[in-house]
Design a protein around this ligand. Structure first.
Ligand code: HEM
Length: 135
């Protein structure tokens, strides 16, 4: 009650932040919030308008709906519409830290390719050029 909930069309820049516990409290028809890609959306006034129906939104209410949102294969228009309902971001302490693994893998693959390449070239040099010189 009485908290500014971003009713205007302007999305907030870099906050306000909400914890997942705060989002979880808004899982009713009276107040429907959901999280998509770390951002918090208030879809209460969108329930009646959602082409996919209010039930699917209420099912995801109060939690991370990223997967469900992506699974439907929403159009660009739908992704644009998201902005209208943006009210903030998930608090950094509640953001999922699971992106570090693929990044690490990428880091090693990026370095492994030139290292292996250099080794192969070095060996080729040794066997072909050095061999030619000694004989
Ligand atoms: C603020 C969040 C959302 C917005 C702005 C939104 C918007 C839309 C729009 C514009 C459509 C029409 C088709 C299209 O343009 O892609 C649609 C369809 C649909 N949406 Fe959403 N949606 C949201 C969240 C969700 C969530 C969380 C679910 C969960 C499953 C969902 C499920 C569906 C389904 C099942 C359809 C019907 C698809 C069909 O009939 O082909 N939507 N949505």
């Amino acid at each position: 009650m009485g908290t500014p909930e971003g009713r205007g069309p302007e999305p907030p820049q870099g906050g306000p932040f909400f914890t997942l516990a705060e989002v979880a409290k808004r899982s009713t028809k009276e107040e429907t919030w959901l999280v998509i890609r770390g951002r918090v959306y208030d879809v209460t006034r969108f329930l009646d308008e959602h082409p996919g129906g209010e039930e699917v939104l209420l099912e995801q209410a109060g939690r991370d709906a990223t997967e469900s949102f992506d699974d439907v294969g929403h159009s660009m228009d739908a992704k644009e519409m998201l902005k209208q309902y943006l009210i903030g971001e998930v608090h950094p302490s509640d953001q999922k830290p699971d992106t570090s693994k693929p990044e690490q893998l990428l880091f090693w693959t990026v370095w492994l390719i030139p290292i292996v390449g250099a080794l192969v070239l070095g060996l080729m040099y040794r066997f072909y050029i050095m061999d030619g010189k000694s004989s």
